[in-house]
Design a binder for this molecule. Structure first.
Ligand SMILES: C[S@@+](CC[C@H](N)C(=O)[O-])C[C@H]1O[C@@H](n2cnc3c(N)ncnc32)[C@H](O)[C@@H]1O
Length: 454
C-alpha cells in the first residue's frame, strides 16, 4: 500500500517519468565545441605553487583576530545566540584565512568526506551509543569492537580519524571518550542525518557527471541527478519509501534540522494570536491549521503544545507511508493525521490556515503550481490563509545553510531554494495568490510567507 501510493505522486507529475537510461538518452552530450572550450580554459595560468602553500588570506588575519577577541568578550559575558553565531562566523573566516589552498583542498577531498563516512559507520553500528554509556569512563577500541561487532583493526582506524578531526576525544592509544557532539549522535533525529544523507549525497557527488551529460543546464525533469546516480527509476520520495529504513531516517532528519532554530510561531516572528487565532471560527468542526506535507508532525505538534488554548482542529497531512509511521502518543492528541496526496483534492476545505514547511522547495515551479492550485481551491475567500515556511534567499550575502540546502534540492529533486523575488513570481504572478507579508527574523532562517486569496 505505502510504496505504490508514493510512486503515484509521479502520476500527478506532469513531467515525463522516464527510466534512468531512457532519460539519459534523451539528453544531449555537451558538444565537442564545449569540450574544446573547457580544455582551452584549463591551460596553465602560471599561478606559482607558492600560492597553494601560503595562507589563503594572510592580510585578513590581524583584523579577524581583533574581531574575535572583541566578540569573544561579548559572548563569554552574554552567552547569547547572536553573539555565538557572529563569533563562529569570524572563527570560520579565520580558519579559511590561515589555511593554505593545499590544506583546504585536502580537507575537502579527504578529511571531511572520510569523517562523514566514519560517522555514518559509527551511527550504523551504534558505536556512539556504546561510547556514550557511562560517558566519563574512557572506552578501549577492543571493548567497543566487541560491543559493535566491528573488527577491532577497522574500528581503530575509523576512530583515529574521528579523534584527529576532533569529533571524539582520545585519552590514550586506542582509547576514547565521547564529546558533546558524539553524545548527540545517539539522539535519533541527529544521528539519522548521517545514514540518510550518505544515501542522498551519492547524487550530489555524481552531479558534475550528470550536468556534463545534460549539457550543463539547470535540470528540471523528473529523471534527474538522483535517478542517474543511484540509479533508479523511482522519484526521491518513492525511493526512500521502498528502501527501509531510509524514509524513517529522512523524517527524523527533518525533525533534527529544525532544532535550535527560530520558529515562526514564537514571539517576535509571526503574530499567531493576531493573524491566525483572531477571527478563526470556533465550531467543533472548524479547522484552524492544516500542515500540508507535514511529515511526522514536527510543526503542528509544536503548535499544539505552544497554543493549547487555540480554537479549532489541527490536521496533519502527508502520504500514507509517512502518516502510518506516527506511533500512538508520539504527537499531541489534538493533531489529526490524514493520509493524502497534495497533488489531489485537499480533503479539508475552508480551514483558517494551510501551512507548508519545506515542501515547495522540493518541486520545480510547474509542480509547485499544481500543489498551490489544490490548496487555493480548498481556501475560503476572505478567511483562509496560506502560510509558506521556506528560505527566502537574499540576492546578496546568502547564508551557507540555505545555499547548501539549495544544492541538495538541485541534486535530489531537480528543485530549488528560492529568492524573495522568485517566491513572489511563483505565488502572485503564476499561482494568482496575494502575498500579504514576508515575515523574517534573519539570514539563514526560513521566513513565513503569509498569503491570501486575492
Ligand atoms: C522535505 S519534507 C518536509 C516535511 C515537513 N513539512 C518538515 O518541514 O519537517 C517534504 C514532505 O512532503 C511529503 N510529500 C511528498 N510528496 C507528497 C505528496 N504527493 N503528497 C503529500 N505529501 C507529500 C513528504 O512525505 C515529506 O514529508
Amino acid at each position: 500500500m505505502a510504496a505504490p501510493a508514493i510512486v503515484a505522486q509521479s502520476a500527478h507529475d506532469e513531467r515525463p517519468m522516464l527510466g534512468a537510461e531512457e532519460g539519459m538518452q534523451q539528453t544531449p552530450d555537451p558538444s565537442s565545441q564545449q569540450q574544446d572550450a573547457v580544455e582551452s580554459s584549463t591551460q596553465d595560468l602560471s599561478i606559482p605553487m607558492s600560492t597553494a602553500i601560503s595562507p589563503n588570506d594572510d592580510p585578513a588575519v590581524p583584523s579577524l583576530l581583533a574581531s574575535i577577541a572583541a566578540l569573544g568578550d561579548r559572548y563569554t559575558t552574554s552567552h547569547d545566540n547572536a553573539s555565538r553565531l557572529e563569533l563562529l562566523a569570524h572563527g570560520r573566516s579565520l580558519v579559511r584565512a590561515l589555511e593554505t589552498p593545499r590544506e583546504t583542498m585536502i580537507k575537502h577531498c579527504w578529511a571531511q568526506p572520510s569523517a562523514f563516512m566514519c560517522l555514518t559507520l559509527g551511527v550504523d553500528t551504534a558505536l556512539f551509543h556504546h561510547l556514550s554509556r557511562d560517558p566519563a569512563r574512557p572506552k578501549t577500541v577492543a571493548e567497543l569492537a566487541e560491543a559493535t561487532g566491528v573488527e577491532a583493526v577497522l574500528l581503530a582506524r575509523t576512530m583515529r580519524h574521528l579523534a584527529s578531526m576532533g569529533y571524539i576525544s582520545e585519552t590514550a592509544a586506542d582509547e576514547y571518550l565521547p564529546t558533546n557532539f558524539s553524545l548527540s549522535l545517539t539522539i535519533p533525529i541527529i544521528g539519522d542525518g548521517y545514514p540518510v544523507t550518505a544515501d542522498c549525497n551519492v547524487s550530489l557527488l555524481r552531479f558534475p557527471a550528470y550536468a556534463r551529460k545534460i549539457g550543463y543546464r539547470e535540470p528540471n525533469e523528473a529523471v534527474g541527478a538522483y535517478q542517474y546516480a543511484m540509479p533508479t527509476e523511482e522519484s526521491f520520495f518513492a525511493y526512500q519509501a521502498s528502501h527501509p529504513p531510509l524514509l524513517q531516517q529522512f523524517n527524523r532528519h527533518m525533525g533534527g534540522y529544525r532544532q535550535g532554530r527560530p520558529s515562526w510561531m514564537d514571539s517576535g516572528f509571526f503574530p499567531v494570536q493576531d493573524r491566525l487565532v483572531k477571527g478563526a471560527q470556533t465550531g467543533k468542526d472548524d479547522v484552524l491549521l492544516v500542515d500540508v506535507g507535514g511529515s511526522l508532525g514536527h510543526d503542528i505538534d509544536e503548535f499544539a503544545r505552544k497554543y493549547p488554548d487555540s480554537p479549532g482542529r489541527l490536521v496533519l497531512e502527508d502520504l500514507p507511508a509517512v502518516v502510518e509511521q506516527i506511533k500512538p502518543g508520539q504527537i499531541d492528541a489534538r493533531v489529526e493525521p490524514v493520509s493524502c496526496d497534495f497533488f489531489a483534492e485537499n480533503p479539508v476545505k475552508g480551514a483558517r490556515a494551510y501551512y507548508m514547511h519545506s515542501v515547495l522547495h522540493d518541486w520545480p515551479d510547474a509542480q509547485s503550481l499544481a500543489i498551490l492550485s489544490r490548496i487555493k481551491e480548498a481556501m475560503r475567500p476572505g478567511y483562509s490563509k496560506l502560510l509558506i515556511n521556506e528560505n527566502c534567499i537574499p540576492d546578496v550575502g546568502a547564508h551557507w545553510e540555505s545555499t547548501a540546502l539549495d544544492m541538495q534540492m538541485l541534486s535530489l529533486v531537480s528543485a530549488r531554494e528560492r529568492t524573495e523575488t522568485q517566491w513572489r513570481q511563483l505565488i502572485e504572478e503564476k499561482a494568482g495568490l496575494s502575498v500579504v507579508k514576508v515575515w523574517s527574523v534573519g539570514n539563514g532562517v526560513e521566513s513565513l510567507i503569509e498569503c491570501e486569496l486575492p
